[in-house]
Write a protein that binds this ligand. Structure first.
Ligand code: MGD
Ligand code: MGD
Ligand code: SF4
Ligand code: MO
Length: 760
């Protein structure tokens, strides 16, 4: 299998490389924000829209899940937030003539960038069996077609209901209700490819799969360890809070194979001094860890803490709130410093230094994102983070805790609302009681299992509430074939993407309102990375009068699928019409099903919203079964690379949102004009006989013996950790085998792929 990314008008071969930046978010960021917004929108709209981002009477930024501070200033957004908004608020439109000119088979050859540039979807589209063209269809026809196909399935489990993390709480709640009332738990989501490992690890360690910090905690922390995260590009406003933490005296340690600009220095564009002056040094210490080395790193830190005799361990906390300490201590005795050094690429001295910083700190936070979650040993690594924090009682204490920084703006809320293939019985019980039906109890498929089921013919229909599953999931070639084997693919979407070109026999696109647009049915709500829930109200005129909200689309489809007398056995008592037109009614139902949402409608009247309970954070109550936090033992397997191989990670550039490519400027890393590059340490390049600018094929090697190849990337010498290299997601997804997943979370190992680089 060889995949060459399609070339497009942007001149992908024209790569320009400059030294990586050593600071993030100054004047160029402001300039680029305004330029990008004006390219896509009318200037008046651009200004009005940008000022409503993250405002109490505006909409929640559709970008990342970084929380909004309670005291909102006039410019509560970052450069990338503005890009995400401008992309949605674009004045470009996709009319019927576009689809007459461009058959589906041609769309499949276009780049992610080109597809994104074509503008907003404006009307429902149907590609019928045997046809190679989408054609406009009325809502009625499009939805009836889907309902008929769903009802014709032999089993509800032949349908897959995928969700991307932009869906509001209200949309997510009615969507999972629809899937379960239809009879399946096949509810995979982007989280399966994202923070699933965090949820799995934290659930076991502290009984709650979410982070235990608030923004206040971040600013009160004495020590913040940031692992596997590139906040300068992916959570830019986090830098403002890290800057505040520094002002309050925090020490910051960055652990990352790449010296990312935002981790090093930050110039705050919202303070005149910041954008003109020298900026703030963010990381006091930077450790260039080897990919997948964090389990060893945190085991080393734990070992160093346990080796110290005084003041390193909070024995009172350990005795009162935890179990498993003795086994953990014993297990670390047999982990050798040699293995720790080999696995992490860091020295014993560096690790002991980190332990000394922990001993000095009375309140420590560990933050992480995809650098921790997308390896085979991810769940183990995150459990080791929990072990280290538990040693010092850093859970349920001001300024301390676990902080998995979420990706999509409402990915955490979607999970809270029941988007999960294996929701616990307590949730299903409450759902059944509220709506008078018996939800299915057998677990559904997650994202990887759903693709395997499509490949093997066990799934027949895919419905996607947002997202771009075919590009987001691993093993692109397998995934595209799997989708093409389906009877029906349905996508509720704002813009065109590759998932609309790798489709089933019949394909439907249902165009929806985005966050920025006014919804006559009222405000929706979202939950951010710290568990704060608040309202979001769009302000722009919808891209087309034909657009419907996600809630309305889901409820209408559910009514047609489940309500008709021909239907399968199931609840007919759910008033889909009411839920689809009045979000207050949806919230009323949520308040009776989901703990923590009591008086939901009342509490979102507060502009700041409300904070969901988190027993571990709030009262050191650990809902783990035995009521205690768990130290865990996670045997270390040192990953040894065969001779001449590198470990590849797939990363985001500064100019994309997941599979949506906005442009070809990875500004902070100094790379412009192309995404067809691979970052290699100069010493590794020399060992492999490669030099800057060489053209290489990247070939991944895995147990199944299949050689997956991404052809013709340009070598860029870059200060990444030894033995490691990096290429851009989603293009590099062709290299990640579907079966290569994290143990315990089934997340694709997008950040540890064994590859060889073959010079062309
Ligand atoms: N502008 C923009 N914002 C986004 C997104 C976007 O695409 N664009 N995506 C959103 C989503 S859904 C998510 S999940 C987040 C993702 O946010 P990030 O996790 O910051 O995104 P990645 O580009 O995947 O970067 C992973 C980082 O981890 C490092 N890393 C990789 N492997 C390891 C490792 O083994 N150990 C350590 N310590 N570090 C490692 C990489 O060098 C890189 O700096 O961002 C969200 N925000
Ligand atoms: N190799 C590799 N693969 C990865 C990752 C990686 O780091 N490396 N990261 C993984 C991660 S962290 C994630 S979260 C997934 C992302 O996976 P997804 O969430 O599936 O992908 P996105 O690119 O965020 O989806 C973009 C599409 O969503 C649609 N859209 C945008 N806004 C809206 C809206 O308001 N409503 C609706 N209905 N649709 C909308 C648009 O059509 C757009 O094209 O990818 C994963 N895949
Ligand atoms: S930090 Fe994230 S949520 Fe905040 S404005 Fe930037 S992209 Fe949007
Ligand atoms: Mo994500």
């Amino acid at each position: 299998m060889t995949t060459k990314p399609p070339r497009d008008e942007f001149g992908q071969d024209d790569v320009q490389v400059r030294p990586p930046a050593t600071w993030a978010t100054g004047i160029p960021a402001i300039a680029s924000t305004v330029r990008r917004a004006q390219e896509q929108m009318r200037p008046a709209d651009a200004v009005r829209t940008l000022l409503k981002i993250n405002h109490t009477d505006g909409f929640d930024c559709p970008g990342c899940a970084w929380p909004d501070p309670e005291h909102r200033s006039t410019a509560e957004f970052c450069e990338n937030g503005a890009k995400h908004v401008a992309a949605e608020a674009t004045s470009r439109r996709l009319h019927a003539d576009f689809f007459a000119r461009h058959p589906v088979s041609e769309l499949a050859t276009r780049s992610d960038w080109w597809l994104e540039q074509q503008g907003r979807l404006v009307e429902p589209l149907v590609k019928r069996a045997g046809s190679d063209h989408y054609q406009p269809a009325g809502w009625n026809d499009a939805l009836e077609l889907i309902a008929t196909e769903l009802r014709a399935l032999e089993s509800p489990d032949q349908a897959v209901f995928y969700t991307s993390g932009r869906a509001s709480n209200e949309a997510a709640f009615v969507y999972q209700l629809f899937a379960r009332a239809f009879g399946t738990n096949n509810l995979p989501d982007c989280s399966n490819m994202c923070h699933e490992s965090s949820g799995a690890a934290l659930g076991e360690a502290i009984g709650v799969g979410k982070g235990s910090c608030t923004l206040d905690d971040l600013e009160q922390a004495e020590l913040i360890i940031i692992c596997g995260q590139n906040p300068g590009s992916n959570h830019p406003r986090m830098l403002t809070h890290l800057e505040a933490a520094k002002r309050n005296g925090a020490t910051i340690v960055a652990v990352n194979p790449l010296p990312e600009a935002g981790l090093l220095r930050f110039k705050n564009p919202q303070s005149p001094r910041g954008s003109l002056g020298a900026g703030t040094t963010i990381a006091d210490v930077y450790y260039p860890i080897r990919l997948a080395g964090d389990q060893a790193f945190f085991q080393g830190v734990g070992k160093a803490l346990l080796d110290r005799h005084t003041g390193a361990i909070d024995h009172g906390f350990v005795a009162c709130y935890t179990t498993g300490f003795d086994d953990y201590r014993e297990s670390l005795k047999s982990v050798t410093w040699a293995d720790i050094a080999e696995s992490s690429g860091l020295s014993r001295e560096q690790i002991e230094h980190t332990a000394r910083l922990l001993v000095r700190s009375k309140a420590t936070i560990v933050c992480w994102a995809m650098g921790l979650t997308q390896h085979r040993n991810s769940v183990a690594s995150i459990k080791e983070i929990a072990n280290v924090l538990l040693l010092q009682g850093n859970i349920g204490k001001r300024g301390a805790g676990v902080f998995p920084v979420r990706g999509h703006s409402n990915v955490q809320g979607d999970r809270t609302m029941g988007i999960w293939e294996k929701m616990p019985d307590a949730f299903l019980d409450a759902l059944g009681v509220e709506f008078g039906f018996d939800p299915p109890r057998h677990p559904g498929w997650d994202a990887v299992d759903a693709i395997a089921a499509m490949r093997d013919g066990r799934a027949r229909v895919l419905i996607a509430l947002g997202g771009n599953l075919v590009r987001a999931i691993s093993d692109s070639a397998v995934a595209e074939d799997a989708m093409r084997g389906l009877r029906l693919t349905v996508s509720v979407a704002t813009k065109l993407n590759r998932s609309h070109a790798a489709v089933g026999e019949v394909a439907v696109i249902l165009p929806t309102l985005g966050r920025t647009e006014t919804d006559t049915a009222g405000a929706v709500t979202v939950e951010d990375s710290v568990g704060q829930v608040h309202a979001s109200r769009g302000v722009l005129r919808p891209a087309s009068p034909m657009l419907r909200s996600e809630v309305a689309i889901v409820c209408d489809l559910a009514r047609r699928t489940l309500g008709a007398p021909r239907g399968r056995p199931g609840p007919s008592g759910i008033s889909w019409e009411e839920l689809g037109s009045d979000y207050g009614k949806v919230r009323e139902r949520v308040s009776r099903v989901v703990p923590g949402f009591e008086r939901f409608n009342e509490r979102i009247a507060d502009p700041a919203g409300f904070l969901l309970p988190h027993p571990a954070r709030d009262s050191r109550t650990f809902p783990t079964g035995d009521g205690r936090a768990h130290f865990t033992v996670n045997p270390l397997e040192v990953m040894r690379l065969p001779q001449g191989r590198l470990l590849l990670q797939t990363i985001r550039s500064h100019d994309q949102f997941n599979t949506t490519v906005y442009g070809y400027s990875d500004r902070y890393r100094g790379i412009r004009g192309s995404r067809q590059i691979v970052l290699v340490n100069p010493a590794d390049a020399a060992d492999l006989g490669l030099a800057e600018g060489d053209h290489v094929d990247v070939i991944s090697e895995w147990d199944d013996g299949v050689e997956r190849c991404l052809a013709d990337l340009r070598v860029v010498e870059y200060p990444t950790a030894r033995d490691c290299c990096a290429a851009y997601f989603p293009e590099a997804n062709v290299l990640v085998p579907l079966g290569s997943v994290a143990t315990g979370s089934n997340t694709p190992t997008s950040k540890s792929v064994v590859v060889r680089l073959v010079k062309r």
